[in-house]
Design a protein. Structure first.
Lengths: 146, 117
């Protein structure tokens, strides 16, 4: 039987932001997209489990709600808000990129072989997404601690 | 069994993402219609579930996020390692997990909206 082709580095290569020589914001955005995706999936599973407590009556619901009504609970929810906003913003950037928007015109690859798709527009979108996510976290905290 | 092309799967991934964002905004706005803490009180949450339109929206949101989330997990796992056996195990594992989560969440929505609490 043919040997399975494996990505040798596995998760080690996956989380290394300087895998291709030097740190790049695009690589950081890629890692953050995966981390926030996994985080949001874990939160979603927890959220479905937590809301199922409504079937067990008011006392159980109130007890499970109390977990998120603490300072730590509010900070956790603020992180979830940040992950959600980043994942959405970066996801929209990727969708637009896959439709061909913001990638620049194709050209002959000349030295120093900088890919045209990794341009300032993309970088600005990544920084803006991180900024909006931080603002959303701040707003969420203001509402929860309000 | 019908096998979807990866390009179709990614279109579903993007479609579910856009749908989920739209419905999540409505879901969060429902919490803003009154004081945040008050909106999470037992009676208010039960009343929310018993609005049939909102219950249908929650069910749709559950399906969209589950499909998007578990397909995303599948993509991440396939990026890390490849091979026919592994890929099949990951795909079927994600589909099964997605089905279990949808069933579990639907149970909460259906029972609460029908007043079985």
């Amino acid at each position: 039987m043919e040997k399975e082709n494996k990505a040798k580095e596995g998760i080690k290569g996956w989380i290394n932001p300087a895998k291709y020589g030097k740190f790049g914001i695009e690589r950081f955005a890629w890692i953050l997209m995966r981390i926030t995706g996994l985080g949001l999936l874990a939160y979603f599973i927890g959220h479905i489990y937590e809301t199922s407590h409504i079937l067990d009556g008011k006392a159980v619901w109130d007890a499970s709600l109390e977990m998120t009504q603490t300072t730590e609970g509010h900070i956790f929810l603020a992180i979830v808000i940040g992950m959600c906003v980043y994942h959405t913003g970066n996801g929209i950037r990727l969708m637009l990129g896959q439709m061909g928007y913001g990638l620049g015109k194709p050209g002959r690859p000349d030295y120093p072989y900088k890919p045209k798709s990794l341009n300032m527009k993309g970088k600005a979108c990544i920084y803006a997404t991180i900024g909006v996510a931080a603002l959303a976290m701040w707003y969420g905290m203001a509402v929860m601690f309000g | 069994m019908m096998i979807l092309r990866e390009s179709i799967v990614m279109k579903i991934h993007y479609g579910t993402a856009l749908g989920a964002v739209f419905l999540t905004v409505i879901h969060i706005l429902m919490r803003m219609t009154q004081d945040f803490h008050e909106s999470l009180q037992y009676e208010n949450v039960i009343a929310n579930y018993q609005m049939i339109g909102y219950a249908i929206m929650l069910e749709l949101l559950l399906i969209l996020i589950s499909v998007h989330g578990f397909n995303g997990l599948r993509v991440i796992l396939l990026e890390m390692r490849q091979g026919p056996t592994y890929e099949k195990a990951v795909t079927y594992g994600c589909i099964a997990s997605m089905a279990i989560l949808i069933a579990y969440g639907s149970r909460t929505i259906i029972m609460t909206s029908m007043g079985m609490v």
